[in-house]
Ligand binder design. Structure first.
Ligand SMILES: [Zn+2]
Length: 152
């Protein structure tokens, strides 16, 4: 999910935002960094049934409105493009991804990983899943429990 990937670029250890944006072909900017914080806050509020602050997300959407373009490629193809400069378009794409999540029933299922020191958000494939990644955070918890149990 693009919105969660965006939010999850800030891990407990590092900020992967510049790298992630480059992978997405999007430019880094201070505004993108700020939008990430707003998206995270909005997702957590919506998950908890509280009214999110939607103004920053709306502003990003408004900054580069989408329009449709028809072109010919053996048949008529409809694509979507956006107005605005590169940064405004990046903000609008990320805000659009946030809008997809915020308006989806999946937002109610978003969980914060219970792994020690982990802050990643995820939508569990299984309702009882507690870790962003059972192979890393889940394993870390199991190992810690094992040592706890075998300490005495
Ligand atoms: Zn985790």
């Amino acid at each position: 999910m693009l919105a969660l990937d965006f939010v999850n670029t800030l891990t407990a250890e590092e900020d992967r935002l510049p790298q992630w944006l480059a992978e997405q072909g999007l430019p880094w900017s201070e505004a993108v960094l700020e939008l990430r914080g707003h998206v995270e806050a909005a997702v957590l509020a919506a998950r908890d049934g509280d009214e999110p602050d939607l103004a920053p997300v709306n502003a990003a959407l408004r900054g580069a409105p989408a329009y449709e373009v028809l072109s010919w490629s053996g048949s008529v193809v409809r694509t979507q493009e956006r107005q605005g400069d590169e940064v405004s378009r990046a903000l609008a794409v990320l805000a659009g991804a946030a809008a997809d999540l915020l308006t989806s029933p999946a937002v109610l299922k978003v969980k914060t990983c219970e792994g020690p020191g982990c802050r990643l958000l995820f939508v569990p494939a299984h309702p009882r899943r507690r870790w962003c990644d059972p192979a890393t955070c889940g394993n870390r918890v199991r190992v810690a429990r094992y040592y706890q149990r075998h300490k005495d």
